[in-house]
Design a protein around this ligand. Structure first.
Ligand code: AP5
Ligand code: MG
Ligand code: ZN
Length: 231
């Protein structure tokens, strides 16, 4: 049984790797808070806030929203979560400045990231997944078109009144190409930052959703065992 209460996790990987999908499963199973920078931005967008309006253009083009906006938004959100509950970050950090800012903010609270799980998927498969991806407008849970019929689900299975399912504005061919290119240039180098700190675990992401989930659980078990043996 995975004991993950209080764990501070980063789910790392390219657009379409399955970060949101895995976060949903981990949240259901372990009750740790899911903090997705993309979901936070989309929440601002749908509420028409100033921050959402600022982020819209960057997101639709598949570019990173500037650090001055992103870092504060995510650090504030993490600050609302108790140390005992723990969290998993999805889509943050995405460049060196964000990784440094996160480390500093956590250190000031006597906290640190426990593990970084890197879900590895090739670009061709990512493009296929993103062109088939639909999400729930209410809870942002990702879905895919049915493999045989090509039909997306009509309603969200998790939302009581069945939230609407839609395609993200940044899942266009052009924006996806941009997101992948920015991932390789700016985000993938952050892996080295965590590798140097001994926090990185790689998982092959081109397996079933369930197989990836179990691989993540094994990593969390090992991380927990290491913490217990140190204390
Ligand atoms: P964000 O929302 O973070 O998007 P992303 O990183 O591009 O990642 P995705 O949400 O597209 O992919 P995912 O890994 O969550 O995959 P999913 O589980 O949905 O960011 C959006 C934008 O916001 C950015 O471009 C940027 O503008 C801005 N932003 C966000 N964070 C920022 C930051 N830190 N700094 C600056 N700007 C920021 O799965 C994809 C599909 O694949 C689904 O259909 C799913 O059902 C399917 N699938 C999942 N796993 C599998 C599997 N194992 N096998 C087959 N299919 C699978
Ligand atoms: Mg996502
Ligand atoms: Zn939903």
């Amino acid at each position: 049984m995975t004991e993950a209460r209080g764990i501070k996790l980063v789910l790392f990987g390219p657009p379409g790797a399955g970060k949101g999908t895995q976060a949903q499963l981990l949240k259901e199973r372990l009750g740790i808070e899911h903090v997705s920078s993309g979901d936070l931005f989309r929440h601002h967008l749908s509420n028409g806030t100033e921050l959402g309006e600022l982020a819209r253009g960057y997101m639709n083009r598949g570019e990173l929203v500037p650090d001055q906006v992103t870092i504060g938004m995510v650090i504030d959100r993490i600050g609302q979560i108790s140390d005992a509950q723990g969290f998993m970050l999805d889509g943050f950090p995405r460049n060196a400045a964000q990784a440094e800012a996160l480390e500093t903010a956590l250190r000031e609270r006597g906290q640190a990231i426990d593990k970084v799980v890197h879900i590895q998927v090739d670009d061709g498969e990512l493009i296929r997944r993103l062109s088939n991806r639909y999400i729930c407008r209410a809870c942002q849970r990702p879905y895919a078109r049915d493999a045989e019929t090509g039909v997306p689900p009509a309603k969200c299975a998790d939302c009581p009144d069945g939230g609407d399912i839609y395609q993200r504005d940044d899942d266009t061919e052009e924006a996806v190409a941009n997101r992948l290119s920015i991932y390789h240039q700016e985000t993938a180098p952050v892996l080295e930052f965590y590798r140097q700190r001994g926090l990185l675990a790689d998982i092959p992401g081109e397996q079933t959703i369930d197989a990836v989930h179990h691989a993540v659980l094994r990593i969390l078990d090992a991380a927990h065992a290491a913490t217990v043996s140190k204390s």
